[in-house]
Design a protein around this ligand. Sequence first.
Ligand SMILES: *Cc1c(COP(=O)(O)O)cnc(C)c1O
Length: 504
Amino acid sequence: MLKVNDSEKALIFEMSRTGRAAYDLPKSDVPTVDMESVIPKGNLRQTPAELPEVSELDLMRHYTELSNRNHGIDSGFYPLGSCTMKYNPKINEDVARYPGFAKIHPYQAEETVQGALQVLYDLQTELEEITGMDAVSLQPAAGAQGEWTALMMIRAYHENRGEKRNKVIVPDTAHGTNPASVSVAGLEAVTIPSDEKGNVDLEELRKVVGPDTAALMLTNPSTLGLFEENISEIADIVHGAGGLLYYDGANTNAILGITRPGDMGFDVVHLNLHKTFTGPHGGGGPGSGPIGCKKELLSFLPRPQIVKDGEVYRFDYGIPNSIGRVKAYYGNFGINLRAHVYIRSNGPTGLQRVSEEAVLNANYMMRKLAPYYDLPYDRICKHEFVLSGKRQKKLGVRTLDMAKRLLDFGYHPPTIYFPLIVEECMMIEPTETESKETLDEFIDAMIQIAREAEEDPTVIQEAPHHTAISRLDEVNAARKPVLRYKKPVEESVKGSGIHEPVQA
Ligand SMILES: *Cc1c(COP(=O)(O)O)cnc(C)c1O
């Protein structure tokens, strides 16, 4: 919440005093070297960088204040659908800081980093078991890069067989990265509609598969939170036409230990370790999007793979048709390590419980909210569900307004206006790590907002009232950021005192 004097806060640049420093180093005891002698002149700055010079305490306060203005999973509920904003267990962080992991260098000789290689090898094996695949590469740094990597393998696979296949079928519920990755991989996306139950429309699928089909990319459960009921038939149709089946596994949070892409007929998958496997998420930090594949794609994997010969771990560069290296070094080691810790600390039964409770929480919330919002797909959902704000739109309240109103209650809003096929869509993913009390409080806030839409829509239309800043021109805010926040007097009066949210 905003403090009265927040608007007077100086920028860190204004606090700068020449010569003031947040560090104190002893005099150097090695000879100084001229920059010009080690860096080519053209690469040297002409003028020193303009960096604030402040004390350690001012530096700490600056970052602490910034972090307090942010919303993260450690500060509040974050039901951002498809993003799986679940708690990041601190045991992961603890292990990631062991000096033996944190202080090694990727160019160290293999025999000096056997422990780190074992972590990666074991994680590959664990993910193979979880997905039902024959091999896993940990290189891709995000879901989208995993998609691209696997599509490049699919492309190489068809080319290697002398087949010209360049079409990738993508349902209309797909995450935007799917068609984007298809294009970047030099292939062509073909969109097919979903049927009224939210499944892939089989008739449409039969119409578009053919001798030019490279693959079908499917998210299962889909971004509607629904499990594809005809997955076996879909696999038969695509395989029957000589195409491969790609599993977008960003939503694996719903199926751990219950079913596996490999068993559903998929040939290749990507996972989002920063979603399902509790890697810290967002803020531009590193992610990890490993891919897994069945036997027929093994020879196209990125290199190197991590293998075990007897008791020795090593990098294997001898992958005959490899698409090459897709990431510097061997992937984001720190995120892969955290996922390994998460998998080991839960064990197989723990992981299964994760998914069972994620599904239970989503269904609980969906049923509680169904009387107040339109429920476009009235089926048991998996880890998330979608609501439509159609009813509220008729009262002059858009889904965007309701998302802004949720900020007043201290929540990060759900994903909105996605998937594109649902009008005024809200996509809610509570995750398994939240308590029933938290779920109930959020449900209460959503019910209050539904009531406000009927009784007093302006309070939603003008929300948020209780945040440090209100609605931004988002394009301008990104292009011309105003770092100094000054609260206009009228605005602070308007927002105060009215319609206190239930838990403010
Ligand atoms: C998040 C997500 C992706 C993309 O993953 P990034 O790590 O953000 O690149 C792809 N598909 C689905 C369904 C997702 O939810």
